[in-house]
Design a protein around this ligand. Structure first.
Ligand code: ADP
Length: 257
């Protein structure tokens, strides 16, 4: 029997995520968006299809920031719709999704089938996004993954990050470093700043538990715990949470057959 494979591609600001789905198995791969996301996405797709000995997907849904720049997709869908569906696939109990990606953050309230009931999105400002975390990690001599391995301190009233603007917040971090404040305390202050920002945004959808945390930043477990404490709600994540958008796109592609 000929194998039928569909694909979902999430062309994000920092990474291209691809999910191949055959009705049973979901295969997820990613690569950096780079300076030519269209070519990056095409090569990622070609390599993943070759591995499965498939020449072309039966249907391809594109989503994410760069979806309109992907000429080979069958259909483009909004990232809110796809993230909601993908989050419900990974964490089927979820009623609310909080996604923090490279340059946006979103909160989505969903029904039991991963359909969107309400959503809010910040894509105007880097505060509370992966970009913000990345800049602050760099100011501390770390990369965005390394900062997640450092135990955050308890935090203190003397060590806070008050600026919403990424550039000013970076200056605050550099100022704290130069005052000799412990890196752990600066990290705690950073997480508080991001959690406050994201929680204030999420309030607009009246989040209900269980909450699913998706997007690249969901890999930072200390930030997840801080956000849960700030919202007063339990938040779970999944090791494939960065693929929520492409998984949702692949599921919509499967529906379209
Ligand atoms: P986009 O769709 O905008 O490309 P993603 O959901 O793919 O965003 O997330 C990418 C962001 O995730 C990057 O900007 C980076 O800051 C962040 N990120 C990547 N790896 C990690 C990690 N290990 N811990 C925390 N954040 C991370």
């Amino acid at each position: 029997m000929k194998q039928i494979v569909v694909a979902g591609i999430d062309a994000g600001s920092s990474a291209i995520k691809l999910s191949l789905y055959d009705g049973m198995k979901m295969e997820n791969v990613s690569c950096p968006s780079g300076w030519n996301p269209k070519e990056q996405a095409a090569s990622l797709l070609a390599a993943a299809l070759a591995k499965q000995a498939v020449s072309t997907p039966a249907y391809l849904v594109g989503t994410g920031y760069g979806r309109s720049n992907l000429p080979f997709v069958t259909k483009a869908m909004t990232e809110i719709t796809c993230h909601a569906r993908g989050a419900a696939y990974l964490l089927p109990e979820a009623k609310t999704v909080i996604d923090i990606g490279g340059q946006d953050a979103k909160a989505i309230r969903i029904d039991g089938n991963g359909k969107v009931q309400d959503f809010v999105m910040n894509d105007k400002c880097a505060a509370g996004t992966g970009r913000f975390l990345q800049v602050m990690a760099n100011a501390l001599g770390l990369d965005v993954a390394e900062i997640g391995y450092i135990e955050a301190g308890a935090g203190s009233q003397e060590c806070t990050i008050n600026s919403m603007c990424t550039v000013f917040a970076e200056s605050e971090v550099i100022g704290l470093v130069n005052r000799g404040v412990a890196r752990e305390d600066i990290i705690a202050a950073l997480y508080t700043s991001i959690a406050n920002r994201v929680a204030a945004m999420a309030a607009a959808v009246q989040p209900v538990p269980p909450v699913a945390f998706t997007g690249g930043v969901a890999q930072n477990q200390a930030l997840r715990r801080k956000l849960a404490a700030r919202l007063g709600l339990e938040i779970s994540t999944h090791d494939q949470a960065i693929f929520a958008g492409s998984i949702g796109a692949a599921l919509y592609a499967w529906d379209a057959l």
